[in-house]
Design a protein around this ligand. Sequence first.
Ligand SMILES: Cc1ncc(COP(=O)(O)O)c(C=O)c1O
Length: 337
Amino acid sequence: VLATTPSERLSYLDRRGAPELREALAAYLNRVRGTAATADRIVITNGFAQALRLLTELVRARGGRRIGVEDPGQRDAVRAARDSGLDVAAIPVDEHGIQIEPLLRADPDAVILTPAHQFPTGAVLAADRRAALVDWARGRGRLIVEDDYDAEYRYDREPIGAIQGLAPDHVAYAGSASKTLAPGLRVGWLILPDAYVDEVAAFKETVDRGSPSLEQLALADFLAHGDFDRHLRRMRPIYRARRDALLRSIRHHLPDAEPVGASAGLHVLAWLPDWVDDAAVVARVRREGVAAEHVSQYYGPDLEGGSARARSGLLFGYGTVAERAIDEGVRLIAAAI
Ligand SMILES: Cc1ncc(COP(=O)(O)O)c(C=O)c1O
């Protein structure tokens, strides 16, 4: 990339990001995720973390007061919303994703959700809920923030397209290279409704004058030459084997646990009986070198409408763990319980 890049690409870039990357992403996402993207509606960010903050700032700047988040859900969304001066409403999640009735009752200015593989439950948002969500956003002029989390790694279910493709004027679609390539790259992207592009790009320019160009050009090259597709094809069976090893170990060592959301992504949630203090188990196995996470930390009893009582469960990230180490880790967790 360095050898072929014209020098002006190392100057300040378009504030939406490198045009090569925005073009390559639009082509890739439209083909693989069913989005309706054009390069001029894409803004490159430093990962999803920055995309989230740009959007909470946008909602606030447009006079919004409240954001809805999934409960349980990623707490980064809560922090970003609060830092932007927004109130946060918790919208409960079940095995079909975010629940629509509580969303309609809370009617926040925007909702942030993970429809492809809900974090942390791994639920896939049901088709009727997708349609209801879009009806709500259209009817009330609300914004859907679609965190297309873990969409690429799927093992035993059909791909489900992004909601953005159904309602490009009501969805801010956010993606990231963190799960598919590496979190350290800090590359993410937004596909925005036309009306929001300039404002979001202006926020991005204000905070950091744009993401580093070489990373953007390298990723553009990787996408345009089909290397990203090849990488995903190569990794899928590796992750699937690790997922299968994890499920076997859970069945064997933790027969009372109920694993869910295992058909996609890079983590599995195993619900535990309520008498298990999941946080205490995690603290204990950490001393033995096992990293799991307790699901109870992702509930929002402090949020408007948040569940008063968290369920007990453990999150197992298997993306970087060899199959043999997985079994030993689950065994140590069972012993700790
Ligand atoms: C729900 C969710 N979305 C997106 C991401 C990716 O964030 P980033 O692109 O800032 O690394 C993460 C990272 O853990 C996540 O948990």
